[in-house]
Write a protein that binds this ligand. Structure first.
Ligand code: GPW
Length: 824
C-alpha cells in the first residue's frame, strides 16, 4: 500500500502508533481523560450525559484501531468485498453493542449511561433493522463488507400520543454523535437534470455525453461496525448532501443574489435531510428519487474508484465486488454502473452488461402492490436523461431476448417490459432489478415461493428457476439476546458451555435436555418475571397504568399497517372485554389476567393506521378504568416504539402477535426476537412463522387463520358472493357503534372496511379461529410448568434464525465472498 507520509516522518509515525487500551484501567483512564480534556469538565460537573459522551469517545478510540487494521488488511489482501446498499439502517444504540463486541461489557456496568444515547433511527421497521443485523453478522463473521446509506439529518419521527392520537415530532439526532467520522475529503459530485448530446470521439465512435443541469456534492461520513469477539471492524458509509461551491455560491452572493444562493444551498441539503417515513409503501415523490440517485451514484463512484486503484482489468470487477440491493430502492445502481462502464470507461455494451449483471444481487421484501416501486418515465427523463436512455436500451435488448424465446407471445412482452405502457408510462423498478442482477431472493420460504409463482412468474419462465432463490431472514443474537436479555443469556450460557452459542446459535440445542428440569424451569421463569416487572415499571411511568406482572403479557409491536392486522387484535381485545363483562363476579375470578400491549408508528399519511392507534387508546381508556375488570384486562399503547424499546419489550412477553393476512408479511423478524427471548407466538401461516413452526414444533406455537392459498378465493367471495360477518365480530362492531369507546363516528372506517368494503385483509374470516386460539393460549398458560418447558424447547430450536446463518448463505450462494481474518 502506498504511504502518503514523507520518508523522514515515517519513523516517528511508527514509534507513535496509538495503542488503544487493553483493560479496565486503560479504559477508565481514557474516560477520565475525555471528561477533563475533550469535554472540559471535572469530576464535579460530570452528569450522565457527559459520562455517556466520554465513555463513547473512549470506546470509539478502541474501535478505531481495529477499524484501521481491518481496512488496511482488506485492501492489502485485495479481497472481494460485499457492498450492502440500503436506504435504511435502523441501528439503535451503539455504545452497549460496542462494549459487548470489543469485550468490555463486564468492565463497565452502566445502564444509566447507556440509556443516555439517542437511537440511530435511520429506518422505518423490519427492512432497516435487517440491514443493521446484517452489518453485525458481516463483521462478526469477518466478511470484507461495507454498508452504503444516506446520512439523514432527521431519522424516523418520534411518536407522541396526545388524546389517543399519534402526533409526529422531528427526530434531530445529530447533536452529538461520537460514532461517525466526517470525511470532508471524500466527496463525489452528483449530477442532476441537464441533457444528453451525441458526439463522436477521437476513435470515431459515437458516444453520449450527459451535460448541464446541476451538481450536488456527496460527503462521506463513516461509522465503524465492530464484529463480536473479533478485531474485524467494517465500515458503514453514509452520504450527506451539500451544495457544490462550498457554503453558498459566491458568484451569486457577490452579485447580490444572496437569497438565491442560500436557497441553492438549502435545496442541496434537502436531499439527505429526512428519511421518508413510509413502511411498505412507495409514493413516487421526486425528492425520494433524488435521494435514491444521489446515494447510489456516490456509492458506485466510491466502489469504482476503489476498484480502479487495484489496476485490474474490468473483466475482474465482479471478482472484486458484489453489490446487494436491499429492495428496489437502489436499483438505479444497475443503470449507473452500466453508464460509467460505457460512457466513461469506454466499454462495449455487452461487455459492460455482463459485468453489471454479475455484480448485482436483488432482495425482494414484499409482494404488496402498493410497495412495488414505479417511477413515471417523465420524471426519470427530467432528472436523469441519460439513465432513461440506458433503461430503454436495457429493456430493448431484454425484450429482444424474450421475443426470441417466446416468439408467439406478444402479451408476455407487454407483461415483462421494464416500461409499463400506462398513462403516464412507468419504469417498473423490480423488473429492472431482476434483469440487471444474477440472483433474486425472497426473505422467507413462503415469500420466495410467492414471488416465483405470482409477481415474478414470467421471469422464472424466461430465466429458469435458478436465478430465484430464498434466504430466510435472521437476527443477531448479540443484540437480541445477550444485550437485550443479559440474565437469560447468562442462564443459557450456564447450560451451553459458555458464550459460544452467541457465535454459533445452533448450540442452543443443548438447552433442550433441560426443558423439563424443575430447577432450570424455575430460574427461567424467574428471569421472565423480572423482565415483566421491569416493563411494568416502565408502563407505570410512561402510561400511568398499573399492570400486574403475573398477568399474561400479550404483545404486538411493529409498524401499524392494515396487513399486519392490529385491528384484528384490538377487536379481539374488545371481544375479551365483552366476555368478561358478561360474566358473573364469581366466574370472572377464575379468569386469567392479561395485559395487551401495543406499540408502533403509523406513517404520517396513513389515515387508517392512525384510526387503529386511536381505537387502541380509546379501548384502553375504557377498559383500564373499569372496576369490574380490574387486573383481568389492561390495554396499553406504548408510545414511540423503537429499537431500544424493543430491547426492553421482547424479553418481557409471554405471547406475541404476528397475525398478518396470510401471504402479506414477507418474513417478519420480530417473531424471531420474541421466541429467542423465551416468549411464545400466536400467528398466522405467513412469512417466517412457517419456518419457525417447522423448527420449534407445532405444539410450541399457536397458529390460526386461513392459508395464503385461500386468500384470493375468499377476497373474490367477499366482493362477488354474499359476505356475512362473523357473529362475535358483529357484536364487537355493535359495541363500537353504541359509543362504548367514544364517538362511534371516530371508528366508522375501521368497521366499514370489514362490513362494507370487502374486508380485504380477511379480519372477519379469521376472527373466530383467532378468538379460539387465544382461549388455547389462556389454557396453556395456566399450566406454568408445561408453558415454561415449551418456551425452553422453542429457544433450544431457534438456532436457524441467526443472521449469521443468513449472511453465510448470501456469501455462498449470491456473493461468492469469503471471510478474511484480521489479526489482533
Ligand atoms: F416494501 N419491509 C419493511 F418491501 O420493513 F420495501 N419495509 C419495507 O418498505 C419493505 C419491507 C418493502 C419488511 C417486510 O415487511 C418484512 O416482512 C420483512 O421481515 C422485512 O422487510 C425484512 O426482510
Amino acid at each position: 500500500v502506498e504511504a502518503s507520509i514523507p520518508e523522514p516522518q515515517r519513523d516517528a509515525w511508527k514509534r507513535n502508533q496509538p495503542e488503544g487500551f487493553k483493560d479496565k484501567d486503560g479504559f477508565e483512564k481514557e474516560v477520565v481523560r475525555h471528561v477533563e480534556t475533550t469535554l472540559a469538565r471535572s469530576m464535579f460537573n460530570c452528569d450522565e450525559s457527559a459520562a455517556y459522551s466520554a465513555t463513547s469517545l473512549a470506546i470509539r478510540y478502541r474501535l478505531i484501531t481495529g477499524w484501521n487494521k481491518t481496512q488496511q488488511r482488506q485492501t492489502y489482501r485485495d479481497a472481494k468485498r460485499v457492498y450492502y446498499l440500503s436506504l435504511e439502517f435502523l441501528m439503535g444504540r451503539a455504545l452497549d453493542n460496542a462494549l459487548l463486541n470489543v469485550g468490555l461489557k463486564d468492565v463497565a456496568k452502566m445502564e444509566d449511561i447507556i440509556s443516555q444515547e439517542h437511537d440511530a433511527a435511520l429506518g422505518n421497521g423490519g427492512l432497516g433493522r435487517l440491514a443493521a443485523c446484517f452489518l453485525d453478522s458481516l463483521a462478526s463473521l469477518n466478511y470484507p463488507a461495507w454498508g452504503y446509506g444516506l446520512r439523514y439529518r432527521y431519522g424516523i419521527f418520534k411518536q407522541e400520543i396526545i388524546d389517543g392520537y399519534q402526533v409526529e415530532v422531528p427526530d434531530y439526532w445529530l447533536d452529538f454523535n461520537p460514532w461517525e467520522f466526517p470525511r470532508h475529503d471524500v466527496t463525489v459530485d452528483i449530477q442532476f437534470f441537464g441533457h444528453v448530446n451525441k458526439t463522436t470521439n477521437a476513435a470515431g465512435k459515437t458516444i453520449s455525453v450527459w451535460e448541464g443541469g446541476e451538481t450536488v456534492v456527496a460527503v462521506a461520513y463513516d461509522v465503524p461496525i465492530p464484529g463480536y469477539d473479533t478485531p474485524t471492524t467494517n465500515n458503514l458509509r453514509l452520504w450527506s448532501s451539500k451544495a457544490s461551491g462550498g457554503e453558498f455560491d459566491f458568484q451569486k452572493f457577490n452579485n447580490g443574489d444572496y437569497e438565491s444562493s442560500v436557497a441553492d444551498q438549502q435545496r442541496a441539503e434537502t436531499i439527505s435531510a429526512v428519511l421518508y417515513p413510509n413502511d411498505n409503501l412507495e409514493r413516487g415523490k421526486e425528492l425520494r428519487l433524488k435521494q435514491q440517485y444521489f446515494w447510489v451514484a456516490a456509492s458506485l463512484h466510491d466502489i469504482v474508484r476503489r476498484f480502479k486503484k487495484s489496476k485490474r482489468p474490468w473483466s475482474e470487477f465482479c471478482d472484486q465486488v458484489a453489490i446487494q440491493l436491499n429492495d428496489t430502492h437502489p436499483t438505479l445502481a444497475i443503470v449507473e454502473l452500466q453508464r460509467i462502464l460505457i460512457d466513461t470507461e469506454g466499454l462495449e455494451w455487452d461487455e459492460a452488461w455482463d459485468i453489471v449483471t454479475n455484480t448485482f444481487g436483488y432482495t425482494n421484501h414484499t409482494v404488496l402492490p402498493e410497495a412495488l416501486e414505479k417511477w413515471p418515465v417523465g420524471l426519470v427523463q427530467h432528472l436523469l436523461p441519460r439513465h432513461l436512455q440506458i433503461i430503454y436500451d436495457i429493456n430493448l435488448y431484454f425484450l429482444q431476448k424474450v421475443e426470441k424465446a417466446f416468439p408467439k407471445d406478444r402479451d408476455m412482452l407487454r407483461r415483462v417490459s421494464i416500461i409499463e405502457e400506462s398513462q403516464p408510462k412507468m419504469v417498473r423498478m423490480a423488473y429492472l432489478a431482476i434483469v440487471g442482477s444474477h440472483k433474486v431472493n425472497g426473505v422467507a420460504e413462503l415469500h420466495s415461493d410467492l414471488i416465483r409463482t405470482t409477481i415474478f412468474k414470467d421471469f422464472v419462465q424466461i430465466y429458469g428457476p435458478d436465478k430465484f432463490t430464498n434466504v430466510t431472514n435472521g437476527i443477531t443474537p448479540r443484540r437480541w439476546l445477550h444485550q437485550a436479555n443479559p440474565r437469560l443469556s447468562e442462564l443459557i450460557a450456564s447450560k451451553c458451555g459458555g458464550n459460544a452459542f452467541l457465535k454459533d446459535l445452533t448450540q442452543l440445542n443443548r438447552l433442550e435436555a433441560h426443558a423439563k428440569d424443575p430447577q432450570f424451569r424455575r430460574e427461567w421463569a424467574e428471569i421472565k418475571y423480572a423482565n415483566k416487572v421491569r416493563l411494568s415499571r416502565y408502563i407505570k411511568e410512561a402510561n400511568g397504568v398499573t399492570v400486574n406482572p403475573a398477568a399474561l403479557f400479550d404483545v404486538q409491536v411493529k409498524r401499524i399497517h392494515e396487513y399486519k392486522r392490529q385491528q384484528l387484535n384490538i377487536f379481539g381485545v374488545i371481544h375479551r372485554y365483552l366476555t368478561l363483562k358478561a360474566m358473573s363476579p364469581e366466574a370472572r375470578k377464575k379468569q386469567l389476567p392479561r395485559v395487551s400491549i401495543f406499540g408502533g408508528k403509523a406513517a404520517p399519511g396513513y389515515w387508517m393506521a392512525k384510526q387503529i392507534i386511536h381505537l387502541i387508546n380509546a379501548v384502553g381508556a375504557v377498559v383500564n378504568n373499569d372496576e369490574d375488570i380490574g387486573d383481568l384486562l389492561k390495554v396499553i399503547f406504548l408510545e414511540d416504539y423503537n429499537v431500544s424499546k424493543a430491547e426492553m419489550i421482547c424479553p418481557a412477553s409471554d405471547i406475541s402477535e404476528h397475525i398478518s393476512t396470510a401471504g402479506t408479511e414477507a418474513s417478519g423478524t420480530s417473531n424471531m426476537k420474541f421466541v429467542l427471548n423465551g416468549g411464545l407466538i400466536i400467528g398466522t401461516c405467513d412469512g417466517a412463522n412457517i419456518e419457525i413452526t417447522r423448527e420449534i414444533g407445532e405444539s410450541n406455537i399457536f397458529l390460526f387463520g386461513n392459508l395464503a392459498e385461500d386468500v384470493e378465493d375468499l377476497r373474490h367471495a367477499h366482493t362477488y358472493g354474499s359476505h356475512s360477518i362473523d357473529g362475535d365480530l358483529d357484536k364487537v362492531f355493535n359495541e363500537i357503534e353504541k359509543g362504548t369507546f367514544g364517538s362511534p363516528h371516530d371508528f366508522g372506517a375501521l368497521v366499514a372496511a370489514v362490513r362494507q368494503h370487502g374486508d380485504y385483509y380477511l379480519v372477519s374470516d379469521d376472527f373466530h379461529s383467532y378468538i379460539q386460539t387465544h382461549s388455547l393460549v389462556d389454557e396453556a398458560y395456566r399450566n406454568q410448568d408445561e408453558w415454561v418447558s415449551k418456551c425452553i424447547t422453542a429457544v433450544a430450536r431457534m438456532g436457524f434464525f441467526t443472521s449469521d446463518r443468513c449472511i453465510d448463505e448470501y456469501a455462498e450462494s449470491i456473493w461468492n465472498v469469503e471471510p478474511l481474518v484480521v489479526r489482533e
